[in-house]
Design a protein around this ligand. Structure first.
Ligand code: ATP
Ligand code: MG
Length: 418
């Protein structure tokens, strides 16, 4: 018996309505905000992620699925979407389009992680990226889009955590202060964080280990080290969010895992879904396009994990509308009736109806039971005498009431079933 790879999932038909609900809601919200959809390859040159995600990140250091193709080139299954979208914008010559460029995507991503609730090795994301808008109103718009998505999904148990991590002007001084502070507490840090101290000290702020969290409590805060421009940006963003009726918590521990972030970083964090509680994370990445060989161009975006959105929806008691029940189940008895049933099924489907029929030769009783299970609203039984008369009884499954229909008048039958 061959099993699926660890940390992957089979999404079975019963679960699909939930997934579609999330995907359809995401696409609807995106188009309401004027975002077009983009699709990029599932794997890219490894260097794209090394440069675009950052050498010092967990993603690049230990989570990528990297392989050599038959000609010895190094490729990596996409661990996230932003770097690919930025590359596609540059490669397709869209940097000179009217700004801002607003793009969204629904993708699968791959990261070699320890699987647990809300964390898998292949997972699904809805993401958005906005290029060419440096103004804090663009940050507010991006946050508002995530906020709208979460509220249209019916998720109630989340809060928005907001921070600014500064820019290349103010970050060196902050990093130095942070390093000095953590150096004083180096003995209390976990092993991973001790290694991070030199390469990426900001990541210690969002380490999940209790010892590191306790030390991080007293660490210098980015917000106290912002340059005047970053401070002004953060304050204006707060003003826009207030005007848009979006509540937030200023949270100095939100630093995001990825290297290319500047200024605004945010997470929507859910209660009651376990340790993997960040349903959506995002921020500004004004340095990314240049890093990837494009022009100097600001950007901001977010990505939401679909499985975590689903966990939060369940926690909020959201009931996804069931898919439409079949209008009709045709129960043929005998070979001639089976052929008639096939013709009727095709004719009714071509008139837009959802119709099913027996394909395995069940007894009439078993067919009725099966029809009930499919949720069919009505059943049409066709046997030899019905074929002869051209008339059959249409039985409503809700109240067992029957009415006679002409099985050769497809238009009238379709009208009746609508
Ligand atoms: P985390 O701290 O949970 O590892 P991250 O910072 O690595 O998150 P991002 O790269 O910002 O996550 O990805 C955006 C979103 O994608 C996350 O907020 C989460 O909802 C989802 N996500 C990330 N990694 C996984 C995973 N392995 N399994 C399921 N969902 C994930
Ligand atoms: Mg991660």
């Amino acid at each position: 018996m061959i099993r699926k790879p660890r940390g992957t999932m089979d999404i079975m038909p019963e679960e699909i309505p939930e997934w579609r609900f999330v995907e359809e809601t995401a696409r609807r919200v995106a188009s309401k905000f004027g975002f077009g959809e983009i699709r990029t390859p599932g794997f890219e040159a490894t260097e794209l992620f090394q440069r675009g995600v950052g050498e010092t990140t967990d993603v690049v250091q230990k989570e990528m699925y990297t392989f050599e193709d038959r000609e010895g080139r190094s490729f990596t299954l996409r661990p996230e979407g932003t770097a690919s979208v930025a590359r596609a914008v540059i490669e397709n010559g869209r940097c000179s389009d009217a700004m801002p460029l607003k793009l969204c995507y629904l993708i699968n991503c791959f990261r070699y992680e320890k699987p647990q609730a809300g964390r898998s090795r292949e997972f699904f994301q809805f993401g958005v990226e906005m290029f060419g808008a440096a103004d804090p109103s663009a940050d507010a718009e991006t946050v508002a889009m995530a906020h709208t998505l979460i509220s249209e999904l019916g998720i109630k148990n989340v809060s928005l955590h907001l921070n600014s991590i500064g820019c290349p002007q103010c970050r060196p001084a902050y990093r130095a202060a942070l390093k000095a502070y953590f150096n004083e507490h180096i003995d209390g840090l976990c092993e991973t964080c001790r290694a991070r101290l030199d390469t990426n000290p900001m990541r210690i702020l969002d380490c999940k280990s209790p010892e590191c969290q306790a030390i991080a409590e007293g660490a210098p805060k980015t917000l106290d080290h912002l340059c005047p421009d970053c401070r002004d940006h953060f304050d204006k963003l707060g003003g826009y969010l207030k005007a848009q009726g979006i509540d937030y918590i200023v949270d100095p521990h939100i630093v995001r895992g990825l290297d290319y972030y500047t200024r605004t970083v945010f997470e929507f964090i859910a209660d009651g879904i376990g340790a993997q509680s960040t349903v959506c994370g995002g921020g500004r990445y004004d340095g990314l396009m240049k890093e990837l060989g494009g022009p100097e161009m600001p950007g901001i975006g977010f990505a939401a994990g679909i499985t975590r959105l689903l966990l939060a929806m369940r926690e909020s008691g959201v009931k996804v509308p069931a898919p439409a029940a079949p209008a009709l189940y045709i129960a043929p008895m005998g070979d001639a009736a089976k052929v008639k049933a096939a013709a009727l099924t095709a004719a009714l489907r071509s008139r837009g109806l959802t119709v099913d029929r027996d394909l395995v030769g069940r007894s009439l009783k078993a067919q009725m039971k099966y029809a009930d299970k499919t949720g069919a609203r009505s059943v049409l039984i066709i046997g030899d005498s019905e074929l002869e008369n051209g008339k059959a009884n249409l039985r409503s499954m809700a109240d067992s009431s029957q009415s006679e229909v002409d099985i050769n008048d497809v238009d009238a039958l379709a009208e009746k079933l609508k």
